[in-house]
Design a protein around this ligand. Structure first.
Ligand code: GLU
Length: 493
């Protein structure tokens, strides 16, 4: 049997990272079995669904590399089919027209509450109390419609809902691939509404019809849908359809174990793109958040697609851990192709400083392969590279200021001449130049380094001097040195 999975977001906002993880698991499961991963946009709630939200979800999935195998199915386009299925259930007697109004149902709940209150008053015999309690329970129990046995409409043309005749006696059994076997007593389930009084299908009906028609073999979704599954199973049964398999994954929690909310960090998938995470970094992190394979921490999607299975999904909720995300992302930054990384980091640099000068871009291109391990996110890389275009001369750090005083500044003055004379600005040549300068003047790099570093980086973080000099190049290095040498502006020499 071909494995067909789906991701079924409601387009009412951004793609939540929990949703992204659900999509990822579904995509991997399908790939693992050579099956299909489908996308269904559940846009029947017209008041809350927006095309912008749909676009944002597609954009986020695309960014993460989660490409459905077929064009998305729009639930709203399938309403006629949902209605036809509800009508078929009415025909077969598995569903019925219910003329109870909201006011009727409210009156029933109110009566139930009144009985419950009455059972608590003083001066009742035990029998009276028990009788009132059981009347209250019957009224407040999941709704079993008085119309299910074919009572006639209260008036010709009276509005009705279509309700499923809920199973009365057989317990509903779910063999969940993550949660294990769970049973719910049938009397806990309503005669649930399939079509509202305006004739529109309910979410519960639409999900089942669509999952069936799309040939879904495994419904893998957040465990916030676990209760819904018990309401959906009777719909499959009423249609005489085979059940798909179900797997309900525990939700993501915040670092403190409570329900994930804004204060734990960003919730939107694309916010992580905007914060400078790589898609493969976030995907690898989300994968480990709730799934494990031995003690391996880092997977590419290709690797995961070889290994993923529901048996590796954890039963306990996972906690969002941004430090771990940073570590994993750092791994993927170091593994990233240099040209791609350049394209990714430039916008983060551009947020701070104009960097359209090709000289600056080239400097960055040369330096980036070495700077890669100096940041776990793209903004951190941008910070690590800042010295390339910023001499920080107006804003020297305290240490840099100290390194540019007195004898140290004299050393910098001496070093200027061999730098000026050097033709070869490779990393090796710069290293040789520094070594021979030290040897010639009986100095150590510990003496020569600080003023030179202070001048060329202005105290900004920077790696070893030889590469820094080579990346900046002769003109830039000399002009950065000259800012600090007294009376040494080129015109005066
Ligand atoms: N549309 C539902 C949601 O966004 C998911 C439905 C499902 O996966 O069955 O929560």
């Amino acid at each position: 049997m071909t494995v067909i999975t789906r991701f079924a977001p409601s387009p009412t906002g951004m793609l939540h990272i929990g949703g992204a993880r659900t999509a990822l698991f579904n995509a991997l499961l399908a790939r693992r079995h050579g099956g299909k991963f489908l996308l269904r946009i559940e846009d029947t709630d017209k008041a809350r669904s927006t095309p912008e939200a749909t676009a944002a979800i597609l954009d986020a999935m695309d960014w993460l590399g989660l490409h459905p195998d077929e064009p998305p199915v729009y639930q709203s386009a399938r309403i006629d089919r949902h209605i036809a299925c509800a009508n078929a259930m009415v025909e077969s007697g598995r569903a019925f027209r219910c003329y109870a109004t909201n006011a009727d149902l409210q009156a029933r709940r109110d009566a139930g509450e009144a009985k419950r209150a009455a059972a608590k008053q003083d001066g009742l015999s035990n029998e009276q109390r028990l009788a009132l309690q059981s009347e209250a329970e019957a009224l407040l129990a999941p709704y079993r419609s008085e119309w299910r046995d074919g009572a006639p409409p209260p008036a010709p043309g009276a509005p009705y809902t279509v309700r499923l005749r809920a199973p009365d006696n057989t317990p509903i059994l779910l063999e969940d691939k993550v949660q294990g076997k769970i049973t719910l007593q049938a009397h806990e389930i309503d005669d649930l509404i399939l079509l509202r009084t305006d004739g529109t299908p309910t979410y519960m009906l639409a999900v089942v019809v669509d999952d069936h028609d799309m040939g879904i073999t495994m419904v893998l979704r957040g465990d916030d849908h676990l209760r819904n599954t018990f309401r959906q199973i009777p719909i499959y049964q009423a249609m005489d359809w085979a059940l798909p398999e179900f797997a309900h994954i525990p939700l993501i929690h915040g670092s403190d174990g409570s329900k994930l909310s804004k204060r734990h960090g960003a919730l939107s998938t694309l916010a992580y793109r905007d914060m400078g995470y790589l898609p493969e970094g976030l995907a690898a992190y989300l994968l480990r958040l709730g799934w494990s394979h031995g003690d391996q921490e880092i997977f590419t999607l290709d690797e995961a697609a070889e290994l993923f299975g529901v048996d590796g999904i954890n039963k306990a909720p996972a906690r969002l851990d941004l430090d771990k995300l940073n570590d994993i992302n750092g791994h993927f930054i170091r593994a990233a192709d240099d040209d791609r990384l350049l394209g990714l980091v430039l916008p983060f640099i551009a947020q701070r400083t104009p960097i359209d000068d090709p000289i600056l871009v080239n400097r960055l291109r040369r330096a980036l392969p070495s700077l890669k391990d100096r940041g776990n996110t793209l903004p951190e890389l941008a910070t690590a590279a800042q010295f390339l275009w910023d001499a920080n001369a107006d804003n020297l750090t305290k240490n840099a200021r100290k390194a540019l005083k007195g004898e140290k500044l004299d050393l910098l003055g001496k070093l200027r001449a061999p730098l000026d004379a050097a033709d070869d600005w490779t990393i090796e040549a710069m290293q040789d130049l520094l070594d021979s300068f030290c040897a010639e003047h009986a100095l150590t790099i510990g003496q020569v380094g600080p003023p030179l570093r202070a001048a060329v980086s202005g105290g900004l973080p920077a790696p070893d001097l030889a590469p820094v000099l080579a990346w900046l190049g002769r003109d830039e290095v000399l002009s950065r040195i000259d800012i600090h040498l007294p009376g040494s502006s080129p015109a005066e020499r």
